[in-house]
Ligand binder design. Structure first.
Ligand code: NI
Length: 171
């Protein structure tokens, strides 16, 4: 279960819409999910979408555990979603800072819907449906965008709010 290389912004596979998974229970999907989890953990990401490791399928994983060193960070359940969809519950959008393993070192201020209902299958074929708000909803929408070939810089309204993390937030 190797850690896979994460494709970086500019790579054509990151711009391509991903395809629906047809057989959730295949060995191929099992291997992809194992690799995605190993890669996300190794790189300390909050989420990862299959296109980021060069797999053009509608699969995403995300999750943020509580960390005593960062008590202000909102916990997001560890989630696997295959063929996800979502509905907007509340038209209000809220801006928040995002980063991405495919855009290393950078941060951008991105508007996202504040309240959504998402659904998808987990790897056992179980339907997951959740209402999510705030950071949880943001992480989902960020990963969902990857499945449509969209990276967060395309969502930034004012490009002055995009830059290297160390310059935007000097220690
Ligand atoms: Ni990303």
């Amino acid at each position: 279960m190797p850690v896979r290389e994460v494709l970086k912004i500019g790579h054509p596979l990151l711009r391509q819409p991903a395809k629906e998974v047809e057989d959730i229970h295949s060995d191929e999907i099992r291997t992809i999910l194992d690799d995605m989890r190993d890669t996300m953990i190794a790189l300390n990401g909050a989420g990862l979408a299959a296109p980021q490791i060069g797999v053009g399928l509608r699969i995403m994983i995300f999750g943020v555990d509580s960390n005593p060193r960062y008590p202000e960070v909102e916990v997001v359940p560890q989630t696997t979603l295959i063929n996800p969809e979502f509905k907007v519950v509340d038209d209000n959008m809220e801006s928040g800072w995002e980063g991405c393993l495919s855009v290393p070192g950078y941060r951008g201020l991105v508007p996202r819907y504040n309240k959504i209902i998402y659904q998808g299958m987990d790897e056992s074929g179980e339907l997951i449906e959740r209402e999510a708000g705030g950071f949880h909803a943001r992480v989902f929408q960020h990963e969902f965008d990857h499945l449509d070939g969209i990276l967060y810089p395309q969502r930034i309204k004012d490009m002055r709010n995009f830059g290297l993390e160390q310059e935007l937030f000097p220690a």
